[in-house]
Design a protein around this ligand. Structure first.
Ligand SMILES: [Zn+2]
Length: 445
């Protein structure tokens, strides 16, 4: 099958290609895949994207994902033809990404120690299922529909299962959510239950649950929607698109993300690589990834804290044996990722190689922050009237830390991504009931 869009292995020494309707999430040698486009979109589209912000009843213009549909046109459709769009593109009535754009938050800027007009924070929690995942789920489920999948599957204990369940219910297809048996508080799966997903309990840990969900996809015609799915990455490219558009396509100096499975880092890197290659941006923003201290795989490896070697993409010559030895070391020492910010409590980031590629392209940095710092970050966002989850606090305090270390300069323009809305009702209550916390407003009597 020949068309404008196809899949290609990310390993430059392998480079195997597959037709766009392939449901492989890896090449046959086990490397991750990219969605590639042969055509170079004209930057006159910038004006069209801007005009679509007045959607005039068209849900695909209203959608913060599909507004940019020419830049992720893996369906290879005529993007101006609304009937064709409705036949192919999956959308929750235009709600995905619709409300996400960068905001100035003066109290966060003051806490960080940066001037208010240099800091932009983008709340992705204002997506219909409450997290950034809806950006990539809209595109992944679009691909699932394109290949005629009757069931989507994922391993997740949080935001991914909520988003997958929501889109599956809306499209009238099944959704199976794999979880490690007996280890997950049922409340965490509340949204998955609400959307009628089938919970499947697996003996073992989260990695075993993921493995079984991938097997199910391969052998029982399920369709994987974890972030190893390259179409997830396509939708998540719209997070930096919206930030850049708001800044009139003038690149900021930094884009800052909390680091978990590294799907966000990967998609931001891919978006920037493409925009730069197409001549849409002249300057490449640097990506900063903020790990939790308790789940610091990327930081440990990138910063040479394990065996003294700084792990790099190295033009596709990554020392993957170093990663394997690091994981063996975690197993041998019984080290499990541990942080209250469950959205980034990940020891084996599935997209680590794409993440490293993004960091190399953008001259990125990686650092860590503590749980109590993240809670301060989460809470100061709240004082500006915006909701966010604890992992999102990592962006705020990560920026603060990097400014204190003079890695981010005080006059740099910084965009921080707030990945999700608060879903752990007790976290703010506990934070504010402890008067020792920096931003606590304890109850009075
Ligand atoms: Zn390959």
């Amino acid at each position: 099958m020949q068309g404008d869009a196809y899949l290609k292995c990310i390993d430059p020494h392998c480079g195997l290609e597959y037709p766009i309707k392939s449901t492989n999430v890896e090449c046959e040698k086990g490397h991750l895949l990219d969605v590639k486009y042969k055509n170079k979109p004209s930057d006159s589209l910038k004006e069209i994207f801007y005009q679509r912000r007045n959607p005039q009843g068209n849900i695909f213009n209203e959608s913060g994902v599909w507004r940019f549909r020419e830049l992720l046109n893996f369906c290879q459709i005529d993007t101006e033809n609304i009937e064709e769009c409705s036949k192919y593109l999956v959308s929750l009535d235009g709600a995905e990404g619709r409300q996400s754009k960068p905001y100035q938050m003066s109290k966060a800027a003051e806490f960080i120690g940066i001037s208010n007009d240099k800091l932009w924070l983008q709340p992705e929690g204002y997506n219909p299922s409450g997290s950034f995942k809806d950006n990539g789920m809209a595109t992944a489920v679009t691909h699932a529909k394109m290949v005629g999948a009757k069931k989507i599957v994922c391993a997740s204990t949080g935001n991914t299962s909520a988003s997958a369940g929501m889109f599956a219910a809306n499209e009238g297809i099944r959704c199976d959510v794999y979880i490690p048996s007996g280890q997950i508080a049922p409340g965490k799966l509340s949204q998955a239950y609400q959307f009628g997903a089938q919970i499947v309990e697996v003996d073992g840990n989260f990695d075993d649950a993921l493995k079984q969900s991938l097997d199910d996809a391969k052998n029982h015609s399920g369709y994987t929607v974890n972030s190893v799915n390259p179409f997830r990455i396509e939708g998540q490219k719209t997070i930096p698109y919206r930030a850049l558009e708001y800044l009139k396509w003038e690149s900021p100096d930094w884009i800052v993300y909390p680091g978990g499975a590294l799907g966000n880092t990967s998609s931001c890197g891919k978006a920037l690589m493409e925009l730069y290659q197409w001549g849409w941006i002249k300057k490449i923003p640097r990506i900063a990834v903020i790990n939790s201290e308790g789940a610091s795989t990327l930081s440990d490896l990138y910063n040479g804290k394990f065996e003294g070697e700084e792990l790099r993409w190295n033009k596709g010559n990554t020392n993957t044996e170093l990663i394997t030895r690091y994981y063996d070391h975690l197993d041998k020492e019984g080290i499990r990722p541990k942080t209250k910010a469950t959205a980034i409590q990940i020891g084996r980031p599935a997209n680590i190689l794409k993440g490293l590629r993004a960091l190399e392209f953008t001259n990125g940095v990686v650092t860590t922050v503590s749980d109590s710092e993240m809670l301060d970050g989460m809470s100061v966002v709240g004082l500006n009237g915006f909701d966010c989850e604890m992992a999102s606090g990592a962006s705020v305090v990560g920026i603060k830390k990097l400014i204190n270390e003079e890695i981010i300069k005080k006059d740099d323009v910084v965009v921080g991504i707030l990945t999700g809305r608060q879903k752990d009702a007790m976290l703010p209550v506990e934070y504010h009931n402890n008067p020792k916390n920096k931003f606590a407003i304890p109850p009075k009597n």
